[in-house]
Design a protein around this ligand. Structure first.
Ligand code: HEM
Length: 181
């Protein structure tokens, strides 16, 4: 088992009850009753299964990293009864750019980390990369967020801000899956 590899499987099993699957950009995903997050491959017949790897950071500066570490809280807090899985795929043009060009759009133009920091520690997050996995994956990233039900309006506000930034001009597929446990 790869300790950094996670499976997100929609079907009839799992801790998380699926509340909603919203196709935002491009094709959506089929309906499932529940979502399981596991480190072993699924054994049940699934509606769909997405895989992603927790990887090293690409964009944060030392200062940003220290700011994140000082405020962020981990997954699995008892009050975090709501979660959101947002699979995202970016256009080929994003991947053709160099690292410094991508960083300029991600932070200098879009303030992804700078804005996101304002929503911590209420929103806990985890990022999984899919691009370098063997085979063709339908998404580049699986983003995962956990929060208390009363913080969902703030989460929606953050998403609205983010989706209006230049970074999102490069998003070609996005599905917003809302969960509860
Ligand atoms: C990447 C912070 C919310 C989607 C990142 C990175 C940071 C970050 C620091 C870069 C990691 C690296 O250096 O490689 C935050 C904070 C948030 C937040 C503090 C506040 C809760 C969101 C939301 C979304 C999102 C709401 C939308 C679904 C992504 C994606 C990436 C990313 C797709 C990967 C970008 C890429 O590598 O091209 N986030 N984020 N984030 N975040 Fe967020």
């Amino acid at each position: 088992m790869n300790p950094r590899l996670f499976y997100f499987t929609a079907g009839t099993q799992g801790t998380w009850k699926i509340r909603d699957i919203r196709p935002l950009i491009g094709a959506g995903l089929d309906w499932g009753e529940r979502l399981a997050v596991t480190q072993d491959p699924p054994t049940e017949q699934a509606a769909w299964c997405l895989r992603g790897i927790k990887s090293n950071e690409r964009y944060v500066t030392r200062t940003e990293k220290e700011q994140l570490l000082a405020i962020q809280e981990g997954l699995g807090r008892p009050a975090s009864r709501y979660a959101s899985l947002i699979p995202i795929r970016k256009q080929a043009t994003w991947w053709q750019m160099t690292q410094d060009e991508r960083r300029a759009i991600f932070e200098e133009q879009s303030q992804h980390t700078g804005n996101g920091l304002r929503y911590l520690p209420e929103i806990a997050r985890s990022l999984h990369h899919c691009r370098d996995l063997e085979g063709v994956e339908p998404f580049d990233f699986l983003t995962w967020f956990e929060f208390a039900p009363e913080d969902e309006p703030a989460f929606d506000a953050l998403l609205a801000e983010m989706r209006a930034t230049p970074e999102w001009d490069f998003v070609e597929r996005e599905v917003d899956i809302r969960l509860e446990r």
